[in-house]
Design a protein around this ligand. Structure first.
Ligand SMILES: Nc1ncnc2c1ncn2[C@@H]1O[C@H](COP(=O)(O)OP(=O)(O)OP(=O)(O)O)[C@@H](O)[C@H]1O
Ligand SMILES: [Mg+2]
Length: 274
Protein backbone atom coordinates (compact mmCIF):
# COMPACT_ATOMS: atom_id res chain seq x y z
CA UNK A 1 0.00 0.00 0.00
CA UNK A 2 1.38 3.43 -0.97
CA UNK A 3 0.66 6.98 0.15
CA UNK A 4 1.01 6.22 3.83
CA UNK A 5 -1.44 3.33 3.51
CA UNK A 6 -4.46 5.18 2.17
CA UNK A 7 -7.08 3.07 0.46
CA UNK A 8 -8.63 6.27 -0.90
CA UNK A 9 -6.93 9.59 -1.40
CA UNK A 10 -8.62 12.65 -2.89
CA UNK A 11 -6.32 15.56 -3.73
CA UNK A 12 -7.24 19.17 -4.47
CA UNK A 13 -10.44 18.41 -6.36
CA UNK A 14 -12.35 21.23 -8.08
CA UNK A 15 -15.72 20.87 -9.82
CA UNK A 16 -17.56 23.83 -11.33
CA UNK A 17 -21.10 23.89 -12.67
CA UNK A 18 -21.10 27.11 -14.62
CA UNK A 19 -20.58 29.76 -11.96
CA UNK A 20 -21.13 27.37 -9.05
CA UNK A 21 -18.05 26.02 -7.30
CA UNK A 22 -19.46 22.72 -6.17
CA UNK A 23 -16.01 21.54 -5.00
CA UNK A 24 -13.09 23.82 -4.33
CA UNK A 25 -9.71 22.26 -3.53
CA UNK A 26 -11.22 19.31 -1.67
CA UNK A 27 -8.91 16.66 -0.26
CA UNK A 28 -9.44 13.72 2.04
CA UNK A 29 -7.94 10.36 2.84
CA UNK A 30 -9.40 7.10 4.12
CA UNK A 31 -7.29 4.21 5.36
CA UNK A 32 -8.14 0.53 4.98
CA UNK A 33 -10.52 -0.48 7.74
CA UNK A 34 -11.49 3.11 8.51
CA UNK A 35 -15.02 4.51 8.52
CA UNK A 36 -14.85 8.19 7.64
CA UNK A 37 -17.91 10.42 7.83
CA UNK A 38 -18.55 13.16 5.30
CA UNK A 39 -21.08 15.71 6.48
CA UNK A 40 -22.23 19.17 5.54
CA UNK A 41 -25.40 21.14 4.86
CA UNK A 42 -27.51 20.69 1.72
CA UNK A 43 -25.59 21.68 -1.38
CA UNK A 44 -22.20 21.36 0.35
CA UNK A 45 -20.84 19.13 -2.44
CA UNK A 46 -20.97 15.68 -0.81
CA UNK A 47 -22.69 13.87 -3.67
CA UNK A 48 -20.58 15.70 -6.24
CA UNK A 49 -17.48 14.41 -4.43
CA UNK A 50 -18.89 10.86 -4.56
CA UNK A 51 -19.46 11.33 -8.30
CA UNK A 52 -15.82 12.31 -8.73
CA UNK A 53 -14.50 9.47 -6.58
CA UNK A 54 -16.66 6.86 -8.31
CA UNK A 55 -15.78 8.20 -11.78
CA UNK A 56 -19.19 9.48 -12.83
CA UNK A 57 -17.84 13.02 -13.02
CA UNK A 58 -14.39 14.12 -14.17
CA UNK A 59 -13.06 16.88 -11.91
CA UNK A 60 -11.84 20.19 -13.38
CA UNK A 61 -8.73 19.78 -11.25
CA UNK A 62 -7.30 17.31 -8.77
CA UNK A 63 -6.75 13.59 -8.44
CA UNK A 64 -8.32 10.46 -6.98
CA UNK A 65 -6.02 7.65 -5.88
CA UNK A 66 -7.05 4.15 -4.85
CA UNK A 67 -4.42 2.06 -3.07
CA UNK A 68 -1.86 4.57 -4.28
CA UNK A 69 -2.88 4.28 -7.93
CA UNK A 70 -4.16 7.34 -9.80
CA UNK A 71 -7.65 6.44 -11.05
CA UNK A 72 -8.79 9.97 -11.98
CA UNK A 73 -9.17 9.08 -15.65
CA UNK A 74 -10.53 5.58 -15.11
CA UNK A 75 -14.16 4.76 -15.88
CA UNK A 76 -16.73 3.98 -13.17
CA UNK A 77 -16.75 0.34 -14.38
CA UNK A 78 -12.98 0.05 -14.07
CA UNK A 79 -13.11 1.41 -10.53
CA UNK A 80 -15.93 -0.96 -9.63
CA UNK A 81 -13.92 -3.88 -10.95
CA UNK A 82 -11.05 -2.83 -8.76
CA UNK A 83 -13.15 -2.92 -5.61
CA UNK A 84 -14.94 0.43 -5.45
CA UNK A 85 -18.66 0.38 -4.68
CA UNK A 86 -21.14 3.12 -4.04
CA UNK A 87 -24.76 3.65 -3.21
CA UNK A 88 -26.75 6.63 -4.45
CA UNK A 89 -28.60 9.30 -2.56
CA UNK A 90 -31.70 8.61 -4.62
CA UNK A 91 -32.86 5.04 -4.48
CA UNK A 92 -31.52 2.97 -7.38
CA UNK A 93 -33.01 -0.51 -7.40
CA UNK A 94 -34.32 -2.64 -10.24
CA UNK A 95 -38.00 -2.85 -9.34
CA UNK A 96 -38.56 -6.02 -11.36
CA UNK A 97 -35.65 -7.96 -9.85
CA UNK A 98 -35.94 -9.86 -6.60
CA UNK A 99 -33.93 -8.87 -3.57
CA UNK A 100 -31.72 -11.98 -3.93
CA UNK A 101 -31.14 -11.29 -7.63
CA UNK A 102 -29.74 -7.85 -6.79
CA UNK A 103 -26.97 -9.56 -4.84
CA UNK A 104 -26.37 -12.24 -7.49
CA UNK A 105 -26.23 -9.74 -10.35
CA UNK A 106 -23.66 -7.69 -8.41
CA UNK A 107 -21.27 -10.64 -8.70
CA UNK A 108 -21.94 -11.51 -12.36
CA UNK A 109 -19.24 -9.26 -13.79
CA UNK A 110 -16.67 -11.86 -12.74
CA UNK A 111 -18.06 -14.17 -15.40
CA UNK A 112 -18.58 -17.86 -15.05
CA UNK A 113 -15.52 -19.23 -16.84
CA UNK A 114 -15.57 -21.08 -20.14
CA UNK A 115 -17.19 -18.32 -22.20
CA UNK A 116 -20.18 -18.70 -24.48
CA UNK A 117 -19.74 -22.47 -24.96
CA UNK A 118 -20.00 -23.02 -21.20
CA UNK A 119 -23.19 -20.95 -21.22
CA UNK A 120 -24.72 -23.08 -23.98
CA UNK A 121 -23.73 -26.36 -22.40
CA UNK A 122 -24.49 -25.30 -18.83
CA UNK A 123 -21.09 -26.67 -17.83
CA UNK A 124 -20.57 -27.97 -14.28
CA UNK A 125 -18.03 -25.20 -13.56
CA UNK A 126 -20.63 -22.66 -14.55
CA UNK A 127 -23.18 -24.25 -12.24
CA UNK A 128 -20.68 -24.23 -9.35
CA UNK A 129 -20.03 -20.50 -9.88
CA UNK A 130 -23.74 -19.88 -9.97
CA UNK A 131 -24.34 -21.84 -6.75
CA UNK A 132 -21.53 -19.95 -4.96
CA UNK A 133 -23.02 -16.62 -5.97
CA UNK A 134 -26.41 -17.63 -4.63
CA UNK A 135 -24.78 -18.76 -1.37
CA UNK A 136 -22.93 -15.47 -1.07
CA UNK A 137 -26.17 -13.57 -1.75
CA UNK A 138 -27.94 -15.51 1.00
CA UNK A 139 -25.09 -14.82 3.42
CA UNK A 140 -25.15 -11.07 2.71
CA UNK A 141 -28.94 -10.87 3.00
CA UNK A 142 -28.72 -12.62 6.38
CA UNK A 143 -26.07 -10.16 7.56
CA UNK A 144 -28.30 -7.28 6.45
CA UNK A 145 -31.33 -8.81 8.18
CA UNK A 146 -33.37 -9.06 4.98
CA UNK A 147 -33.06 -12.78 4.16
CA UNK A 148 -36.82 -13.16 4.62
CA UNK A 149 -37.29 -10.78 1.67
CA UNK A 150 -35.05 -12.72 -0.73
CA UNK A 151 -37.83 -13.65 -3.16
CA UNK A 152 -39.65 -10.31 -3.12
CA UNK A 153 -39.51 -7.80 -5.95
CA UNK A 154 -37.46 -4.78 -4.95
CA UNK A 155 -40.03 -2.39 -6.42
CA UNK A 156 -42.55 -3.32 -3.74
CA UNK A 157 -40.37 -2.63 -0.71
CA UNK A 158 -40.75 0.22 1.77
CA UNK A 159 -37.89 2.68 1.75
CA UNK A 160 -35.97 1.38 4.79
CA UNK A 161 -35.84 -2.14 3.38
CA UNK A 162 -35.00 -0.85 -0.09
CA UNK A 163 -32.05 1.03 1.41
CA UNK A 164 -30.89 -2.20 3.02
CA UNK A 165 -31.06 -3.99 -0.36
CA UNK A 166 -28.85 -1.25 -1.80
CA UNK A 167 -26.34 -1.89 0.97
CA UNK A 168 -26.50 -5.67 0.41
CA UNK A 169 -25.92 -5.23 -3.33
CA UNK A 170 -22.97 -2.92 -2.68
CA UNK A 171 -21.23 -5.45 -0.45
CA UNK A 172 -22.23 -8.71 -2.18
CA UNK A 173 -18.96 -8.62 -4.09
CA UNK A 174 -16.62 -7.55 -1.29
CA UNK A 175 -15.55 -3.91 -1.67
CA UNK A 176 -12.16 -2.38 -0.95
CA UNK A 177 -13.61 1.14 -0.93
CA UNK A 178 -17.27 1.71 -0.13
CA UNK A 179 -19.07 5.03 -0.64
CA UNK A 180 -22.46 5.32 1.05
CA UNK A 181 -24.59 8.35 0.18
CA UNK A 182 -27.23 8.81 2.88
CA UNK A 183 -27.73 5.06 3.39
CA UNK A 184 -29.78 5.51 6.56
CA UNK A 185 -32.33 7.95 5.17
CA UNK A 186 -35.77 6.41 5.56
CA UNK A 187 -34.49 3.67 7.86
CA UNK A 188 -36.03 2.88 11.25
CA UNK A 189 -33.80 2.75 14.35
CA UNK A 190 -33.35 -1.03 14.22
CA UNK A 191 -32.43 -0.85 10.53
CA UNK A 192 -29.87 1.85 11.28
CA UNK A 193 -28.35 -0.37 13.97
CA UNK A 194 -28.11 -3.21 11.46
CA UNK A 195 -26.52 -0.90 8.90
CA UNK A 196 -23.93 0.15 11.50
CA UNK A 197 -23.15 -3.48 12.33
CA UNK A 198 -22.65 -4.42 8.69
CA UNK A 199 -20.43 -1.41 8.00
CA UNK A 200 -18.38 -1.96 11.18
CA UNK A 201 -17.82 -5.60 10.31
CA UNK A 202 -16.80 -4.76 6.75
CA UNK A 203 -14.28 -2.25 7.96
CA UNK A 204 -13.06 -4.14 11.01
CA UNK A 205 -12.86 -7.66 9.61
CA UNK A 206 -12.34 -7.12 5.90
CA UNK A 207 -10.34 -3.90 5.96
CA UNK A 208 -12.77 -2.03 3.72
CA UNK A 209 -12.35 1.76 3.62
CA UNK A 210 -15.76 3.39 4.08
CA UNK A 211 -16.77 6.96 3.28
CA UNK A 212 -20.22 7.72 4.60
CA UNK A 213 -22.45 10.71 3.87
CA UNK A 214 -25.32 11.20 6.28
CA UNK A 215 -27.53 14.03 7.45
CA UNK A 216 -28.20 12.25 10.71
CA UNK A 217 -25.21 13.73 12.48
CA UNK A 218 -25.64 11.70 15.67
CA UNK A 219 -25.51 8.50 13.59
CA UNK A 220 -22.30 9.65 11.86
CA UNK A 221 -20.65 10.65 15.11
CA UNK A 222 -21.41 7.26 16.61
CA UNK A 223 -20.18 5.23 13.66
CA UNK A 224 -17.23 7.20 12.32
CA UNK A 225 -13.85 7.53 13.97
CA UNK A 226 -13.10 10.54 11.80
CA UNK A 227 -15.32 13.12 10.16
CA UNK A 228 -14.75 15.57 7.31
CA UNK A 229 -17.07 18.57 7.03
CA UNK A 230 -17.86 20.27 3.72
CA UNK A 231 -19.62 23.57 3.30
CA UNK A 232 -20.18 25.34 -0.02
CA UNK A 233 -17.62 23.10 -1.73
CA UNK A 234 -14.80 23.50 0.79
CA UNK A 235 -13.55 21.37 3.65
CA UNK A 236 -14.20 23.52 6.72
CA UNK A 237 -13.22 20.98 9.39
CA UNK A 238 -11.86 17.50 9.88
CA UNK A 239 -11.01 15.43 12.91
CA UNK A 240 -12.53 13.11 15.47
CA UNK A 241 -16.25 13.33 16.14
CA UNK A 242 -15.56 15.30 19.34
CA UNK A 243 -13.23 17.74 17.59
CA UNK A 244 -15.68 18.38 14.78
CA UNK A 245 -18.61 18.75 17.15
CA UNK A 246 -16.76 21.42 19.09
CA UNK A 247 -15.70 23.37 16.00
CA UNK A 248 -17.48 26.76 15.81
CA UNK A 249 -17.22 26.85 11.98
CA UNK A 250 -19.18 23.61 11.79
CA UNK A 251 -21.83 24.89 14.14
CA UNK A 252 -22.13 28.08 12.09
CA UNK A 253 -22.50 26.13 8.83
CA UNK A 254 -25.30 24.02 10.27
CA UNK A 255 -26.98 26.92 12.02
CA UNK A 256 -26.91 28.86 8.75
CA UNK A 257 -28.67 25.99 7.03
CA UNK A 258 -31.34 25.74 9.71
CA UNK A 259 -32.04 29.43 9.45
CA UNK A 260 -32.09 29.37 5.65
CA UNK A 261 -34.44 26.41 5.63
CA UNK A 262 -36.69 27.74 8.40
CA UNK A 263 -37.07 24.14 9.56
CA UNK A 264 -40.19 23.32 7.60
CA UNK A 265 -38.56 23.65 4.19
CA UNK A 266 -36.10 20.89 4.94
CA UNK A 267 -37.43 17.78 6.67
CA UNK A 268 -33.86 16.78 7.50
CA UNK A 269 -33.09 19.88 9.52
CA UNK A 270 -34.18 18.20 12.72
CA UNK A 271 -31.71 15.36 12.15
CA UNK A 272 -28.92 17.83 11.56
CA UNK A 273 -29.17 19.26 15.04
CA UNK A 274 -26.33 18.55 17.42
N1 LIG B 1 -25.57 18.42 -12.31
C1 LIG B 1 -25.50 19.60 -11.71
N2 LIG B 1 -25.64 20.76 -12.42
C2 LIG B 1 -25.54 21.96 -11.82
N3 LIG B 1 -25.33 22.14 -10.51
C3 LIG B 1 -25.20 21.02 -9.76
C4 LIG B 1 -25.28 19.71 -10.31
N4 LIG B 1 -25.10 18.80 -9.32
C5 LIG B 1 -24.93 19.52 -8.20
N5 LIG B 1 -24.98 20.84 -8.46
C6 LIG B 1 -24.79 21.93 -7.48
O1 LIG B 1 -23.56 21.68 -6.83
C7 LIG B 1 -23.66 21.97 -5.44
C8 LIG B 1 -23.32 20.71 -4.64
O2 LIG B 1 -24.38 19.76 -4.82
P1 LIG B 1 -24.36 18.32 -4.17
O3 LIG B 1 -25.53 17.59 -4.67
O4 LIG B 1 -23.02 17.72 -4.39
O5 LIG B 1 -24.51 18.66 -2.62
P2 LIG B 1 -24.79 17.70 -1.39
O6 LIG B 1 -23.83 18.07 -0.32
O7 LIG B 1 -24.79 16.28 -1.82
O8 LIG B 1 -26.25 18.16 -0.94
P3 LIG B 1 -27.46 17.31 -0.29
O9 LIG B 1 -27.13 17.20 1.18
O10 LIG B 1 -28.67 18.16 -0.51
O11 LIG B 1 -27.52 15.99 -0.97
C9 LIG B 1 -25.06 22.51 -5.23
O12 LIG B 1 -25.00 23.91 -5.30
C10 LIG B 1 -25.84 21.92 -6.37
O13 LIG B 1 -26.93 22.74 -6.70
MG1 LIG C 1 -26.13 14.79 -1.78
Amino acid sequence: MNDGGHALLVEEVDVHFGGIRALDGVGLAVRPGEICGLIGPNGAGKTTLFDVVSGIRRPDRGRVLVDGRDVTRRSPAWRARHGMRRTFQRQQLFGQLTVADHCVVAQEWRGGGGGFAADLLASPTRRTHEARRHERAAEVLRACGIDALAGQYAGALPVGQARMVELARAVADPPGVLLLDEPASGMAADERRRLSDVVRRLAGEEGCAVLLVEHNVAFVMELCARVVVLDLGRVIARGTAAEVRANPRVRDAYLGTSLRDEGALNPRTEQQSW
